[in-house]
Design a protein around this ligand. Structure first.
Ligand code: PLP
Length: 482
């Protein structure tokens, strides 16, 4: 956001845009919220959007679009093959990343499917700073495994390291020695690490990872889905980059990579995805999978209208006023909650404000999914829908035992340019009320547990009658307020 100071000295994030299309919101009464949460199996993914006041589930495909994006959609070139829209998207990706080849995919996980199918086989190991749910599912589905090599600060919610998404380089070296480069199809860097609080990597760390890969002849892949936040943090926090433009930082990062894939539900503020590729040999290896799984090579399962919006969205990602809005609102929320004594991940990262459910609900055992319980409780308390990022989001071990997550987080995503500061204040207020009443909140247990990506559609029930007590306390404290 632009450098605008308030006369009173107040530090508030100031929007560098105005709102021109709005959507009416509804907030059901608390008794109704409890009923709806149970109808949804205590899984916030299963709530209906009409019953949600603040949808902080994700930033995926729900960021506000700009006037220029909307107008670009009108000039989309409808064609099964050879659409001009595809040419514009390919050209924009080439301009920003400097990569010759581009394969379209309908969203981020589709790109992951193509990548994993082309490169992973049983016994392979894919090192990464941290996994994302769908990434890991695609790699393990093929009999390969993921190794997480995030620096130790990344798993310490209160450590104030500015780049908690960084790779642990000595561990990367040691892993390559141990398993051998031949068993590593690629190393994956995830910008703005989703599951550890949206924490960034530094450009310097990416350079070090690239140097290790080069030395051992291993491909380097960037998951750029959350690159926009990471770019902003590099510009803000990495002294050597403070005078570089966002475009220059983007080019520099891209120059280190062999392949860059992204979810355009995030990067590009629309809905779609794609894979930028440096060498033709890699393009040929993945190309055949696009018509098989996605669609013809010039649309890859995307609507041409969305593709036009992505072209503009990618360009707008180079604008500091655009990409700073998310991190600044998130920092405002996280710092306010911290000031009130509520455990959050600090320093605030991208994507959303992350509540530390292990401390928030330190009386709920990990086997009863504290982050999931907190998500259900916050919906009941305020109609705010967050996303569990803890043990529920893990897959069980092969022997059926729970794999306990390293962090139990409730992510409150801030879709870009969607909510106002007073709505953020409301969410802060309800989180604070819940924190003051946290001892009323209990755990959850599964009643229906899918074997893959269970967090998406698994159903749970509360352990005991804690939700009734929470509703009664809400009424006692808030009277007839919604
Ligand atoms: C880092 C990262 N990679 C991949 C994906 C998958 O993208 P999509 O939801 O478009 O399939 C996401 C989505 O949240 C993500 O955050």
């Amino acid at each position: 956001m632009a450098n605008v100071k308030f006369h009173g000295g107040k530090a508030l994030p100031l929007e560098m845009h105005k709102v021109r299309i709005v959507q009416k919101l509804f907030l059901p009464p608390v008794e109704e919220r409890k009923r709806l949460m149970n109808e949804a199996g205590n899984n916030t993914f299963l709530l209906q959007n009409r019953d949600v006041f603040m949808d902080m589930l994700t930033d995926s495909g729900v960021n506000a679009m700009s006037d220029l994006q909307q107008s670009a959609m009108l000039r989309a070139d409808d064609a099964y093959a050879g659409s001009e829209t595809y040419n514009r998207l390919k050209a924009k990706v080439r301009e920003l990343f400097g990569m010759e080849w581009f394969l379209p995919a309908h969203q981020g996980r589709a790109a992951e499917n193509v990548l994993a199918t082309a490169y992973c086989k049983p016994g392979d190991v894919v090192p990464m700073n941290f996994h994302f749910t769908t990434t890991k599912a695609h790699i393990t589905r093929l009999g390969a495994r993921v190794e997480e090599l995030i620096c130790k600060e990344g798993l310490e919610p209160m450590n104030d390291c500015p780049f908690k998404g960084n790779f642990d380089i000595p561990r990367l070296e040691a892993l390559i020695q141990e398993v051998g480069a031949a068993h590593i199809p690629f190393v994956r860097i995830e910008a703005g690490t989703n599951l550890v609080g949206g924490q960034p990597l530094s450009l310097e760390n990416m350079r070090q990872v690239a140097a290790v890969c080069k030395k051992h002849g291993i491909k380097l892949v960037l998951d750029a889905s959350l690159l926009q936040d990471n770019l902003w943090f590099i510009k803000q926090r990495e002294a050597a980059c403070k005078d570089m433009s966002i475009r220059e930082i983007t080019r520099e990062i891209a120059s280190l990579m062999d392949i860059i894939y992204f979810s355009a539900r995030k990067l590009g503020f629309a809905r779609g995805g794609g894979i930028a590729i440096r060498d033709q040999a890699d393009e040929l290896r993945m190309k055949e999978l696009i018509p098989l799984y996605e669609g013809f090579l010039t649309y890859g399962g995307m609507s041409v209208r969305e593709m036009e919006a992505i072209v503009v969205g990618l360009d707008e990602t180079m604008d500091e006023d655009v990409i700073s809005q998310g991190p600044q609102f998130i920092a405002y929320m996280a710092n306010e909650l911290h000031r009130r004594g509520i455990p959050v991940v600090l320093p605030a990262g991208g994507l959303g404000c992350h509540l530390n459910a292990s401390l928030f609900l330190d009386h709920v055992p990990q086997s009863q999914y504290p982050a999931g319980a907190l998500a259900a409780a916050l919906y009941i308390a305020g109609g705010v829908r967050g996303m569990e990022r803890g043990t529920l989001s893990e897959q069980r071990n092969e022997d059926g035992s729970e794999r306990f997550a390293e962090l139990e987080l409730l992510r409150l995503a801030l879709p870009r340019r969607v909510y106002t500061l007073s709505q953020v204040e409301y969410a802060i207020d309800r989180v604070q009320w819940l924190y003051e009443n946290r001892r009323l909140v209990g755990g959850l247990r599964f009643v229906e547990e899918p074997s893959v990506l269970r967090f998406f559609f698994g159903r749970l029930e509360p352990v005991g009658d804690w939700q009734d007590k929470l509703v009664a306390k809400f009424r006692a404290d808030f009277g007839d307020s919604l």
